[in-house]
Design a protein around this ligand. Sequence first.
Ligand code: NI
Length: 391
Amino acid sequence: MPIINRIAEFEAEMTEWRQDLHRHPELALQEYRTSEKVQARLREFGVDEIITGMATTGVVGVIKGTAPGGAIGLRADMDALPIHEETGAAHASQTPGVMHACGHDGHTAMLLGAAKYLAETRNFAGTVYVIFQPAEENYGGGRIMVDEGLFTRCPMDMVFGMHNWPAAPENTFLWRNGPTMAAVADIEITVTGKGAHGAHPHRGVDPIVVASHIVTALQSIVARNVEPVEAGVVTIGAINAGTIFNVIPETARMLGTARWFKPEVADVLEHGVRSLATGIAASFGAQAEVIFRRAYPPTINDADATALTVKAAAAVAGDTRVNELAKPTMGGEDFAFMLEKKQGSYIMLGAGRTAADPMPHHPKYDFNDAVLTTGASYWATLAEQLLPRAG
Ligand code: NI
C-alpha cells in the first residue's frame, strides 16, 4: 500500500495550511495563532475532543475509532525560530526576525492532514491522540506538556514523533534504535575582570584575553577528557564583550552548547567547562561564573516501537525507501521528554535537499511541500496498523 489516495486528494489543502503557518511563524510558547488555527481545523474535521492549555499553546485532538481498543499518540511541533527569513518565497515570513526554519510548519500540516483523514474514515479501533506541542526549540514544550499531565489526561500505549530530514532523498524514511539524538546543555560563562583604558592594560584585568584562553582550553575537554570512542561536543556560539577600540571592558560573556549521549560523558563535559573556566579566570586574576544547564535528555528510541514505525513507513514508501540512520546525530530533540515516560520512537522523513541547499536553522531553509502527503500517510498508516479493527 503506497501513500493513502484520500490523503493525496488534499495535498493542495495541506500545502495551503503549511504555507499559511510559514507566513505567520511564532516563537516558542507564543504560538497563539498557530494553536488557534490547529484547533479550528480539528473542529472542522469533527474530532471527538480538543484539549487545550497544556504548555500554554499546546493542542491535543482526540479521535476515536469505531470500536474500543488501544491508544497511541502522534506528535508534531509548532514553534518557529528567531531567525530573519531570506528565502524570498511568496509564502515567506511576514514577521521580521521570526521564521519557520526547521520545518515545524510542515510537521503541523502533516499531522493535520492525518487528523483530517482519521476523523473522516475512522478505520481503526481505539483512540488516536494528535499532539501539537509548542516550544520544541530551547524551551522544552514537550517536557512542559508531560509535566502538565499529557500522559494522564491522554492515556496512551505508545507515542511517536517525526522530523523532516532534508539530507535524505525525498519521501524516504530513516529510523534508528536506541540513542538517536543527543542530550543538550546550555552553557553561559561570564568573565569579570577589571575595566581600564586600552592604552593602560596593566591597570586592568582584560576579560577578553581571559575569555579567549577559556574558549581555546574548552576544546581540550572532548579531545583529552572524553573517552575517544564516546560522543561529546562543546561549542561556544557567542562571545560578547566591549564596545569600542580603546576600552578594556569589565566583563565578557560567552554562550555555548554541550552535547552527549551517556551521563558519564555529561559529567566529564560539565566538570571540564566549570574547572577550566574558573581556573583560567583565577589564574589571570579574573573571575568566571559558569552556568551549565542540562536542558534535554538524549532521544532514545524503543526497539519494538521502532519496528512498528518501520512497518508503517515501508507500507507507505516501499521497503527500499526505509533505511536505518547510520549514525546517531548530535542534534537535540525535546521529544526525548516524551520518550523518557512512554514507549515510542522518532522517525525521520527525507526531504531531498542536496548538500549545497540550505539546511534547517538557516535563513534560506524552507520545508519541502512534496513530502506532505507521504508524511501524513505515514501517520495515518501507523494508526491503522497499530489499532486494527476487529475482523
Ligand atoms: Ni526541528
